[in-house]
Design a protein around this ligand. Structure first.
Ligand code: URA
Length: 228
């Protein structure tokens, strides 16, 4: 894997955690807190939002995340001749990418990646809590066989404790895309993987007793896929 990146799209660079001022590590890239992103987040976070709207607006945020994530891939300069006969000095992406979704919620982000990267290869990994050790454990992985030569985007909408994302990056190297993160997840992750870049939509105030992000948006996978 060529790069380690975690993409959590965070709207706030500095926020308050347990009354302490918390500055996000420099490896964390936050989406600009535009009125458009804020409006999308407001719909996705509202308890009353029907599932069809949740999917539609979450997909729009995912698209923004993927576009921003792609901005962090390496490029080379490239000149092309336009129909006017004059050169345009642009750039071209270097290397190939692939996606890996953390099942199940991460699968919701696959289409957004496909919409930006035609015929992109997408692998899957399943990480769950081990019944005995209570630690995140890798249960399943199906990955492109040339993954080591690709820039990888790890897809997982919610960074709560960071357990699954950290397990995934232990196993493979990635760029990670998230809609919402907790300060606890960002801290745990960045301390363990200081070289991994993160891009986040918004960073919330914390975790509740059940390790849900608050205010958060509830269980992303259940709301997206219509399960309980
Ligand atoms: N996963 C979710 O779907 N929501 C959270 O708040 C935390 C983890």
């Amino acid at each position: 894997m060529k790069f380690l990146f975690l993409f959590f799209f965070v709207a706030l660079h500095v926020f308050t955690m347990s009354s302490e001022s918390y500055t996000l590590p420099s490896q964390v890239k936050v989406l600009a807190s535009t009125s458009q992103l804020k409006g999308l987040m407001t719909i996705v976070r509202a308890r009353s939002t029907p599932r069809a709207d949740f999917i539609f607006y979450a997909d729009r945020i995912i698209r923004l995340l993927v576009e921003e994530g792609l901005n962090h891939l390496p490029v080379i300069t490239k000149a092309v001749e336009t129909p006017t006969g004059v050169d345009y000095h642009g750039l071209s992406f270097q290397g190939r990418i692939c996606g890996v979704s953390i099942m199940r919620a991460g699968e919701a982000m696959e289409q957004g990646l496909r919409e930006c990267c035609r015929s992109v290869r997408i692998g899957k990994i399943l990480i769950q809590r081990d019944e005995e050790t209570h630690l995140p454990k890798l249960f399943y992985a199906k990955l492109p066989n040339d993954i080591s030569s690709r820039y990888c985007l790890l897809l997982d909408p919610m960074l709560a404790t960071g357990g699954s994302a950290m397990k995934a990056v232990e196993v493979l190297s990635y760029h990670l895309l998230n809609l919402i993160a907790s300060p606890e997840g960002v801290t745990a992750f960045t301390e363990k993987f200081p070289k991994v870049k993160i891009v986040v939509g918004e960073v919330d105030s914390g975790l509740d007793a059940n390790k849900y992000i608050v205010p958060g948006c509830g269980d992303f996978g259940c709301r997206y896929f219509g399960t309980n």
